[in-house]
Every structure is written in structure tokens, then in C-alpha cells.
Design a protein around this ligand. Structure first.
Ligand SMILES: Cc1cc2nc3c(=O)[nH]c(=O)nc-3n(C[C@H](O)[C@H](O)[C@H](O)COP(=O)(O)OP(=O)(O)OC[C@H]3O[C@@H](n4cnc5c(N)ncnc54)[C@H](O)[C@@H]3O)c2cc1C
Length: 322
């Protein structure tokens, strides 16, 4: 029986989708349930949310002060201490998880395994390398330290609500120690009415073929009709057509929506690695030989400037979105 701690990531008072997916990975390690640590000021609401999720045995809350904004140098020593009670500590492979977990692992002389896509057994995991083209099986030796894992969200479903009573919540996480060497400068959040790219069920993504930021805005109407998030290729981001946080791919976001609509994206390997877990891929491209068609479930060969407005009109006629 493995003792597992999932460290929650919050967006304001809600747990992130990545946290729910990390709980699914934890359930593969410990079907009897995992503890969930929720840190920071105002974490009480997120803790209540966590206590109602499937697979949570207990929620551990910290002191209100000191964990916000989340600095890895402050979180890691606390996680290293908490880890003493567990066989494995898990976080989503998000910016925060990638920053905190290796530091905590080093402090606790643990074993760090990143981007876990599959659990084989308590100390054996599968993960992808080479832009998703090679699946690696990694085994931590039994005599090596406890495990610190980041979990690849695109490989896991999000856990849902539990059926029985809520899990107990205990307030026993130790006080964080301020780090005088690290200063939080600020957070720049891209405000958008569209759903969050990482957790959206549908994504409309644009590439270099859009040609300008003004043309890129054409995709907003289609995304609105579909209730979709917006995404972009790196070429579109580098050209300034779309903000950086919309980038999908190896060096952007790895996503697994039900529907991915790629508009004027050629299908470079570094882009495809970010979408290969999508359930249905639709590609619009004027080049019939574009590599994106090799992985697309539905391909539309033609000019985006004709197809996108036509699609939007068809959705409007069908009464979809607004
Ligand atoms: C280390 C590394 C990491 C990288 N990471 C990423 C990453 O995370 N994400 C990412 O996306 N890329 C990444 N790249 C870049 C990647 O290799 C490609 O350069 C990039 O994905 C190309 O973007 P694109 O498909 O928009 O542009 P292009 O390859 O230029 O394709 C544009 C497409 O638009 C089509 N088109 C043009 N006009 C129209 C029209 N009017 N109607 C319909 N179709 C049209 C063209 O036929 C073409 O297929 C990375 C590269 C490296 C080396």
C-alpha cells in the first residue's frame, strides 16, 4: 500500500484541472486514496473542493500566511518535510510543479521522475521523450529514496466528485520559512473571455498562415461559436499574432481536448507533440501535402479565409454559441 501526497495547485479559490488529473495518477498508485496538501492564503475553499473529490483520503491545510505568491524556494522545504510521511509526492507538471518538485526532491534526497504518463507499479512509470516519439519506462530502485513525481496532465483524466461523505480536512502543514534570496516581482495574466487552454474541451488554434494579428482575431468568432479556447503555433506566437501563453506544443502547452481545430498550421513535430492526445483533430490547410493531414481525423483542404467564415456561419445557423 503506497502512501501518496498530492500537492494541489490553485487558481484563486479553485483547484486546477491539473490537480484533478494528478489525483487520477495518485489513484493508480494508491486506489485506497491519497492525501491532498492545499497551501496558501484563502486555501480553505479549495480545500473544501478537494475534500469532495474522488480519491482524496484527507486534505492537509497549511497556515494562511507565507505560501503566497507561490515561490518554489519557500514551498520546497515544506514539501521535503511533509514527504517524510509518504512514499511519493506528486504535483502537476505545470510551471509551479516543475519548479517546486525537483527542489523538494533534492532537499529530501528523493528520486525525481518527471512527466509521468502511466503508472506500471509503485516504482515504475512510463513517460515520453523526443517530443513524444519515444515512450520510456523508468524504474526507481527500491533502495533509492522516496519518489517525487510530476504528472503529465494530458495523459490523465480529471477525477470527479466523490459519492460518499467529504474527506476530513486537517490543518497541520508546518509554517513556511521566508526566503530572503528570492523576490516575487509580479504576475502577468493574459485576460481572455475564452476558456482556459489547458483544460478546455475544444480548442481552435491558428498558425503562421493567418498572416497577421488582425487575421488571427478571425478565429475568435469561431472559437466563441464552439465554446472553445484559443491556441497558436509557435510561428504564430513568434510573429506576434498571438500571445505567448497560447502556444501549443513541445515548448508550449501539451493539451488533450476532445476537439482540436488546427487552422493554417503545417503540423511540425514540435507542434504535434502538444496535441497528440486530442480526441479529434480537424485541420484546415490550403496545402494538401501539409504534414498535419497525416494525424488529422478530418482534413479540409482550402483557404482558411473562405472556410473559417463558412464554418462560423454554419454554426450560427445551427444555433451554436453566440
Ligand atoms: C526546439 C523547438 C521547439 C519548438 N516548439 C514548438 C512548439 O511548442 N509549438 C509549435 O507550434 N512549434 C514549435 N516549434 C516550431 C516548429 O518547428 C514549427 O516551426 C512551427 O510549429 C510552425 O508553425 P506553423 O505551422 O504555424 O507555420 P508553418 O510551418 O509556416 O505553416 C503554416 C501553414 O499555413 C498554411 N497556410 C498558409 N496560408 C493559408 C491559408 N490562407 N489557408 C489555409 N492554410 C494556409 C500553409 O500551407 C502551412 O502549412 C519548435 C521548434 C523547435 C526547433
Amino acid at each position: 500500500m503506497s502512501r501518496i501526497l498530492v500537492v494541489a495547485e490553485r487558481h484563486h479559490e479553485h483547484l486546477t484541472e491539473g490537480t484533478r488529473k494528478t489525483l487520477a495518477c495518485a489513484a493508480a498508485l494508491a486506489p485506497e486514496g491519497a492525501d491532498l496538501a492545499v497551501l496558501g492564503a484563502g486555501a480553505d475553499a479549495a480545500a473544501d473542493e478537494g475534500a469532495r473529490l474522488a480519491g482524496v483520503a484527507r486534505v492537509r491545510l497549511g497556515p494562511q500566511a507565507g505560501f503566497d505568491p507561490p515561490l518554489a524556494t519557500v514551498w520546497a522545504p515544506v514539501l521535503a518535510r511533509l514527504a517524510a510521511d509518504y512514499d511519493a509526492v506528486l504535483m502537476p507538471a505545470s510551471s509551479l510543479g516543475r519548479d517546486v518538485t525537483p527542489r523538494a526532491s533534492a532537499l529530501a534526497s528523493g528520486v525525481m521522475i518527471t512527466e509521468v504518463a502511466e503508472v506500471v507499479d509503485a516504482r515504475t512509470f512510463r513517460r515520453f521523450i523526443y517530443a513524444g516519439n519515444v515512450r520510456l519506462t523508468v524504474r526507481a530502485r527500491p533502495e533509492a529514496g522516496r519518489l517525487f513525481l510530476t504528472v503529465r496532465p494530458a495523459s490523465w483524466p480529471a477525477v470527479g466528485e466523490r459519492t460518499g461523505a467529504a474527506a476530513p480536512v486537517v490543518r497541520d502543514v508546518p509554517d513556511p520559512v521566508p526566503d530572503p534570496a528570492t523576490r516575487y516581482v509580479g504576475l502577468e495574466e493574459h485576460a481572455s473571455e475564452r476558456p482556459d487552454l489547458q483544460s478546455a474541451k475544444r480548442v481552435v488554434s491558428g498558425g503562421r498562415g493567418l498572416g497577421s494579428a488582425e487575421n488571427f482575431a478571425l478565429l475568435e468568432g469561431l472559437a466563441r461559436r464552439l465554446g472553445a479556447a484559443l491556441g497558436a503555433s509557435r510561428a504564430a506566437v513568434d510573429a506576434g499574432y498571438a500571445p505567448n501563453d497560447l502556444q501549443v506544443g513541445q515548448t508550449g502547452k501539451i493539451i488533450a481536448p476532445d476537439l482540436y481545430l488546427a487552422v493554417a498550421i503545417s503540423g511540425a513535430i514540435q507542434h504535434v507533440t502538444g496535441i497528440k492526445d486530442a480526441r479529434v483533430i480537424v485541420a484546415i490547410n490550403k496545402d494538401p501535402d501539409a504534414p498535419i493531414f497525416k494525424i488529422a481525423d478530418i482534413g479540409l483542404v482550402g483557404d482558411l479565409f473562405a472556410i473559417v467564415p463558412a464554418l462560423e456561419k454554419a454554426l450560427e445557423r445551427a444555433g451554436a454559441g453566440s
